[in-house]
Design a protein. Sequence first.
Length: 306
Amino acid sequence: GAGPGAPRVPRYVRVNTLKTRVDDVVDFFKRQGYSFLGKAGSMEELRTLSGKKFLLDLHLPELLVFPPQTDFHDNRLYMSGHIILQDKASCLPAFLLSPVASSHVIDACAAPGNKTSHLAAILKNKGQIFAFDLDAKRLATMNTMLMRAGVTSFKLAQQDFLTVDPQDPKYSKVTYILLDPSCSGSGMVNRLPVEEAAPSAERLQALAGFQRKVLSHALSFPAVQRLAYSTCSVHREENEDVVQAVLQEQGSAFRLVNVFPSWPCRGLATFPGAECCLRASPTATLTQGFFVAVLERCRDQDAVPS
Ligand code: SAM
């Protein structure tokens, strides 16, 4: 649990639209004695939420907001995969990647699979998700999670994503990639003690090296059009710096997309265009600390000066 003085963020509940609808979940919680206040009109409404009350989020569809420390891990809807207990910031990558129905998508570092099941919900279980992770234990959890959530359109592999061959014909139609690699986790508000949560310069450098490598690798898939890169780190070394270095290395092949203009918290202004990236924090967005950037392949005509 969070120690004294640790920031408290609301409990976010993502409605799994593969299994149910927002209205049905709202009715369920009303029957459990919660009062529904409708769609939030401001961050202030989220900040002051208390007691047995809940809201529909103001930024993300299909996301319900309950007071901090509400525990639904024993809830029937959670056990049956109708709801996913997922922080609001961690709902951003799949939402912003926004793959069109029937597309082929890679989830490169996927376990335990919250973003994979979100992708599947957006795809309505049509198309194909190729999901990879190194960690056998996390993959086992992920399998259970995806079964529970009713996700059918996926292939799960225990494989180092860096060894996945972009030229393999299997991936020739992959147009979207979600990349949520290992990071320092420095944005997770419940990590204690705080001193231990501060990663050393060496560790940050090692993580950033991996993140740059894995981002470059993802962009080398021949058909990829759009990629969402995310971390739950607050360190620019793992965020803006990684994006900047890889964009530079790619020349004019990819560019940052200015996603979600109304999102209140932007990337640190460390390079021109960095404000296209999104940040999230307990104070600014009432979420975990988080970072997302969406990259898009430049069309040929854009490279031609007019
Ligand atoms: N996207 C997941 C979700 O939303 O549930 C969380 C992913 S977690 C931040 C990062 C994951 O990357 C870990 O599960 C880790 O095992 C995996 N990972 C680390 N290095 C990897 C590699 N080279 N290839 C594939 N997965 C890797």
